[in-house]
Design a protein around this ligand. Structure first.
Ligand code: ISL
Length: 505
């Protein structure tokens, strides 16, 4: 089967045409039901992506809505007249250009905070909210176990739609995630749907700051269980551009969230997803010399973090960013629209654009999964996969990792088991013991009598690290390559060395 990109699928399935159907290219509803059954037989759970800030413009609701202002679907979306022949306000789309598109059918503009083919739903319309609640129940009644909620902080909009104000910080999501009825709707969703099921929820907290996080996840508010923040994932971002980051900045974000959230708020640490570069390229060293060791160090950070760690497909075998030589190597609509708005307008040169996108592109996490060293990395037997395969697939693939007990894959596996056996990593306190060190990341996780010290050398240099006063190691209980040792207070940390010590009581 030719794996071209199915329709609409212009933004990798975040432009949904029918909420109750599996896209033909991905199979049938019977396939979905079988997959869910197999997942449950393995004691696993299935979380699905709930994308209800917007639909595809090919959704039946929008097809009707754009016909005019006098049908039951007219107010399912956000329509406004222009102002002096221009867009209703100066809001921009997160995929470049205006957030408004004029529709000739209605002679009005509709709002699309993302692509033009992703019109925003009008959550102020109770009929829309009830449609969403019904579709959530449809999937929950099939037996799914939870939702990841796509850009859920954006669902409420101030109906006045005033221009960005004088305090606008240049980041549209800070305006779009501040709608007046957001938490009313999330609490209504919880009351009408979530509270009736055994379900886990995690919101994609696009635009959500630490200060706003408790509003979403404080268990006493009955909204969501968790919310992803973007402060680590976007640590090295200046708008769409890349910027250098430091370990101190990385540690400061982690400490800030651990200090700022109390026991009523559960965290959801992650280092990557389908919108991010690969962690070993982003935060580690993806060279042949240090890829495995630094990938294991990053796994050590993630799986000793506070909250529920989220891993992304391919990171468990240390998949890397994909070489980027021209705009033709990019599939992502966000990047391709940016090329139009930045390069084709002459604002930046192609080389400058590619320099930044080599570090930040969402496509890095979308190259086909590398299963083995055969053609197309074993991803498909079609002549041409839907997207280019990372040329390192013969070195980096699941089969190779499964054939080596020292692989990244088995390191993750052992670390997950270690975390589950030691409650301090799940429920324990977090204390950064050396926030200013430029290369060493060292923190405590302790619960009751269990005290652990995690020490990582986030650099390609050897570091002799003297432990801060009062920290007496009893034994090294986990490591990404150093032999286990007893009683150390001065550590010779090789590049990308990661260790977990049990501390003397
Ligand atoms: O930062 C972004 C916008 O500039 C993007 O990474 C991303 O669009 C944002 O984090 C919201 O992401 C979610 O909604 C998008 C979809 O393209 C992303 O894949 C999804 O994760 C629109 O549906």
């Amino acid at each position: 089967m030719a794996l071209g990109k199915p329709k609409p699928h212009m933004n990798d399935a975040y432009d949904i045409r029918d909420y109750r159907k599996v896209m033909t290219e991905f199979g049938s509803m019977a396939d979905f039901d079988r997959m869910l059954g197999e997942i449950k037989q393995r004691g696993m759970k299935l979380i699905v992506d709930l994308v209800v800030n917007h639909t595809s413009d090919e959704h039946a609701w929008f097809v009707e809505s754009r016909k005019g202002a006098d049908n039951p679907f007219s107010d399912y979306y956000i329509w406004r007249s222009g102002k002096q022949g221009k867009e209703p306000n100066n809001w921009v789309s997160l995929f470049s250009g205006s957030a408004w598109k004029k529709d000739p059918n209605r002679d009005e503009y509709y709002l699309h905070l993302f692509a033009e083919k992703q019109p925003d739903l009008n959550w102020d319309n109770p009929a829309v909210r009830n449609e969403v609640y019904d579709l959530m129940k449809f999937w929950l009644d099939k037996g799914i176990d939870g939702f990841r909620m796509d850009v859920i902080p954006l669902i409420s909009k101030d109906p006045i739609f005033s221009d960005y104000g004088p305090s606008y910080n240049g980041r549209p999501e800070s305006v779009y995630s501040a709608g007046p009825a957001l938490h009313d709707y999330l609490q209504e969703m919880h009351r009408k749907v979530l509270s009736h099921y055994d379900v886990m929820t995690v919101g994609e907290g696009f635009g959500v700051t630490l200060e706003k996080t408790p509003l979403f996840v404080d268990e006493r508010r009955h909204e969501l269980d968790m919310v992803f923040h973007f402060e680590l994932a976007r640590l090295d971002r200046d708008g769409w551009r890349w910027k250098p980051w430091t370990l101190q900045e990385f540690k400061a974000v982690v400490a800030k969230f651990n200090r700022g959230l109390d026991r009523h708020c559960w965290q959801s640490p992650y280092l990557s997803n389908h919108d991010s570069p690969r962690p070993v390229s982003h935060f580690g060293d993806d060279s042949p010399r240090y890829r495995e060791k630094s990938a294991k160090l990053l796994a050590t950070f993630l799986l000793t973090s506070v909250g529920t760690p989220f891993l992304y497909q391919g990171d468990e075998i240390g998949m890397t960013n994909c070489p980027l030589n021209s705009i033709d190597d990019l599939d992502d609509i966000e990047a391709r629209n940016l090329w139009k708005s930045e390069v084709e307008t002459g604002s930046v040169t192609p080389d400058e654009f590619l320099f930044h996108l080599r570090k930040t592109s969402r496509d890095h996490s979308r190259n086909p999964m590398q299963w083995n060293a055969s053609a197309n990395a074993g991803f498909t037997d079609a002549a041409k996969p839907w997207f280019r395969v990372n040329p390192r697939y013969q070195e980096i693939n699941a089969e190779a990792d499964l054939n080596s007990k020292e692989s990244i894959y088995f390191y993750y596996s052992r670390l997950i088991e270690f975390r589950k056996k030691n409650r301090a990593f799940i429920y324990g306190d977090y204390t950064d013991v050396d926030p200013d060190h430029p290369k060493i990341f060292a923190y405590l996780r302790d619960l009751e009598n269990d005290r652990f010290l995690v020490v990582m050398n986030f650099s390609g240099d050897e570091v002799v690290y003297r432990l801060p006063e009062g920290l007496n190691t009893e034994s090294m209980v986990f490591t990404n390559g150093t032999e286990l040792r007893e009683n150390e207070d001065s550590l010779r940390m090789v590049p990308w060395d990661a260790r977990i010590y049990r501390l003397a009581k």
